[in-house]
Ligand binder design. Structure first.
Ligand code: SAM
Length: 198
């Protein structure tokens, strides 16, 4: 099944599930402290918009891009209900429709592992970041200690088509400086990696 269709089908249950499982919410929110105080923020894969709602309250300009029309519809409804601006674009992370140096931050929570060509996508992220801009990735991982429960979880995600990647290596390969990398959550199976464009 094509990924956009799959996420369209997931859209009605994704938000309620996210709210019902507090650790999940906490994992996604781990991205927030790394956001700059000012400037333009792009969230790729906002899903139903639970993180995006907070970004839209904090940043001067927030844009959301997602392959799923169903997910974007939920984000739009969420923002409109709160009187927040909704700048939402349907598109794929691997073909970003933005000019060079457009954003001060790019945020992705549980999205990068779903993107097919990680190297190409990373080059595209670096291209649209401004100098000094940050790329914040929160995703499932195989942790450094290689513990078995985390490996089982990672295997489960790969069965859904996700790829467990070394985000820091990919960031460095595109010229970003890795300024933070931390494993956390259940069995250290979640990783936040933050890169900065020189
Ligand atoms: C697992 S959900 C994560 C949603 C939210 N960021 C969170 O933390 O709960 C993945 C989201 O990324 C979107 N997505 C998946 N692959 C994508 C791609 N290649 N380009 C843009 N969005 C994508 C999906 O439609 C979905 O909304």
């Amino acid at each position: 099944m094509n990924p956009a269709r799959l996420y369209d089908l997931m859209a009605p249950i994704y938000g309620p599930a996210w709210r019902a499982i507090p650790p999940w919410r906490r994992y996604s929110m781990a991205a927030l402290p790394w956001l700059p105080d000012e400037g333009a923020v792009l969230e790729i894969g906002p899903g139903p918009g639970l993180v995006h709602e907070i970004l839209a309250q904090r940043a001067a300009l927030t844009v959301g891009l997602d392959i799923s029309a169903g997910m974007l519809r939920r984000t739009r409804e969420r923002l409109q209900a709160r009187g927040l601006p909704a700048r939402l674009v349907r598109g794929a992370a691997q073909a970003l429709p933005f000019a060079d140096a457009s954003f001060d931050a790019i945020v992705m929570t549980f999205v990068f592992s779903a993107i097919p060509d990680g190297e190409r996508a990373m080059r595209a992220f670096a291209r649209i970041l401004r100098p000094g801009g940050v790329l914040i990735l929160v995703d499932a991982c195989i942790p450094n200690d290689d513990n078995i429960p985390a490996r089982v979880l990672a295997r489960m995600w790969t069965l859904f088509g996700d790829q467990m990647r070394d985000e820091a290596t990919l960031m460095r390969a595109t010229g970003l400086t890795v300024i933070a990398k931390r494993e956390f959550g259940a069995f250290h199976s979640i990783r936040i990696t933050v890169g900065r464009k020189k």
